[in-house]
Design a protein around this ligand. Sequence first.
Ligand code: PMP
Length: 455
Amino acid sequence: MTAIAIPAMPPCDHVPAPYTGPAKTEVLELRQRHCNPAIFTYYKEPLMIVEGHMQYLFDETGRRYLDLFAGIVTISCGHCHPKVVSRAREQLERLQHTTTIYLHPLLGEFAGQLAGKLPEGLDVVYFVNSGSEANDLALTMARLYTGSYDVIALRNGYHGGISSMMGLTSLHTWKYPLPQGSGVHYAACPDPYRSPYQGTPAEIARQSARDLEETIRFSTPGKIAAFIAESIQGVGGVTTGSPEYFQQAYELARKHGGLCIADEVQTGFGRTGDHYWGFQHFGVVPDIVTLAKGMGNGIPLAAVVTRPQIARTLAQRLHFNTFGGNPVSMAQGLAVLQVIDEENLQENARITGGHFKNGLERLMASHPLIGDVRGRGLMLGVELVRDRKTREPAAPQTALLLEKARDLGVLIGKGGLYGNVLRLKPPLCITREDVDFALEVLDLCLGEIEKEEGL
Ligand code: PMP
């Protein structure tokens, strides 16, 4: 019997500090006793992470892992990126918080730099602390501006966990049995893989757009406040539509009086490679853009960016957000923008992400468990199925793959309504060597599972 070589992680000269905190059993016990059970951990044996360095994480024993999930698509520059940390630390030591009732130079500076990254006209920013808050505020502005109430979202979309966003999210796994989604209607997800429609991508786009129009005609007064969509659905399992779909959807939404909202919470800040923002792949310009996650490289930082006339609607009443725009978040956000540019992270997402996707497509040729490989840049998804014809989701096999990859030092995310999509969305500083290592690990794990399951 030939021994199978264990893939070797590329070297890294960062040495984690010796861990001196409480034992993992104690940490788990306290969490189980005092933290709401809704917060869940990955893996049968939960993983404790105590240090991070760029694309790597370290557990309490000092073991290193390649992070392919980036704190759920939030670490853009790299864990504890030295430039980001030093700028935030400097600000923390000078002034942490006053709220926006006083002037501070960083608020306008960061808003201006963000606006500079967006298409002309999207000039006005409101800072908040989470993607959910940003989307909630975007809907408020769209409703006030248009005088309409109804909103069209896409099936399989995720827009946040607060109750208003639970209503906008279209995945039953994330919904409690409570009143929700007042005025929200869901149109067909335009992604071809599990589309109810058949035909070429252009045909699926056309039929999905038709469903959107019918939803407006049958479920609303014929006038809507907004159409909202992720450029690539993240939680839904890296699903998206063709540019033609988004062009038609934007046109239809506007024809019925609605604003177009791009949820760029996962797809922003260069992650998708060819463009800084996900919507740019479709050749459309939204009226409102929501940002979070990668914007702060780990700090609670989010924003709504829109045109001045739309932003003005909020000024008719008092509106306030205690932590939105605090100097530490602003400093960290400015450092993130700078690092993404200086270190060509968008270009790295394009090139290294392209290399990753090619490798995944090659794996698909030899692994029947892989039903679909999709995504752009460093926002990639691999859908696992028991049978390529029926597309029966392979959820237990996905969970098993996550366990096996962890054992070999690779941390992967999962998503999709059935929990059968591998989410590969690493920090944007990941290297080609890291990707080659990850591909070897995936190859090995997929092979083992296929053998065990007789696939
Ligand atoms: N929109 C999208 C596309 C998301 O992926 C998420 C979070 N997964 C949110 C909104 C909500 O962000 P938060 O968890 O910061 O509220």
